[in-house]
Design a protein around this ligand. Structure first.
Ligand SMILES: Cc1cc2nc3c(=O)[nH]c(=O)nc-3n(C[C@H](O)[C@H](O)[C@H](O)COP(=O)(O)O)c2cc1C
Length: 190
């Protein structure tokens, strides 16, 4: 029987969904016999997780809160016994924060139980200020002021300030998924 991989995502503006789709596409192109299912976390069922040989789940960072965390935790009973690979998508990614900090955000949101034994990855997304909800626009004004006041700005801080002038920026990098895809294929065996 062919292996099954479930690729889950929770995404507000599509950046995390793109990564999930790229991961599904690359898994299929490297191992065509693998069955890959792509689904929003909110629509995934316990039975789907139970049937999978490996599960990938991606979520985006909104001020330290990861999208879809509540829904993913509901799947924990089935997910805990599976090889699992979690990725976060944020504006700054590893350009703005050390891996330990981003790992900590994933643990806080998904719970130590689920994250212990999982592989974690962190990717960069982008921002389209023209599409933000009013609530998100308002939050971004606060973030802009807080970053502008920082005495020492890192590269991601400068890019965040720049994004308000450019309106739309995208730091997504498809090549960043290669290690995750390799790790999933290794977990499935040959
Ligand atoms: C209100 C708001 C808060 C955000 N907070 C953070 C943050 O704390 N750190 C960060 O790196 N990116 C932050 N971002 C950027 C998002 O993580 C980024 O836009 C991501 O690509 C969104 O992915 P999605 O479209 O899949 O939801 C924030 C964006 C918004 C709109």
């Amino acid at each position: 029987m062919s292996s099954q991989v479930l690729v889950l995502f929770a995404s507000q503006y599509g950046f995390t969904e793109n990564y999930a789709r790229w991961i599904a596409e690359d898994l299929l192109s490297l191992r065509p016999e693998v069955e890959v299912q792509l689904s929003p976390i909110a629509q995934a069922t316990a039975a789907q997780v139970q049937a999978a040989d490996a599960v990938v789940a991606g979520a985006s960072d909104y001020g330290g809160f990861l999208t879809g965390a509540g829904e993913l935790k509901k799947l924990a009973p089935q997910l805990k016994s599976k090889p699992r690979f979690f990725f976060s998508v944020s504006f700054s990614g590893l350009a703005g924060a050390p891996a330990e900090k981003l790992d900590g955000i994933v643990s806080k949101n998904f719970g130590n139980d689920l994250v212990e034994g999982a592989r974690l990855y962190h990717f960069r997304g982008g921002l389209d200020h023209t599409r933000l909800s009013l609530k998100h626009k308002t939050t971004m004004m606060g973030i802009r002021a807080a970053i502008a006041a920082l005495p020492n700005k890192n590269e991601a801080n400068r890019q965040m300030l720049e994004s308000f002038e450019k309106k739309t920026v995208d730091y997504s990098d498809r090549s960043a998924i290669a290690p995750l895809v390799e790790d999933v294929l290794a977990a499935l065996g040959s």
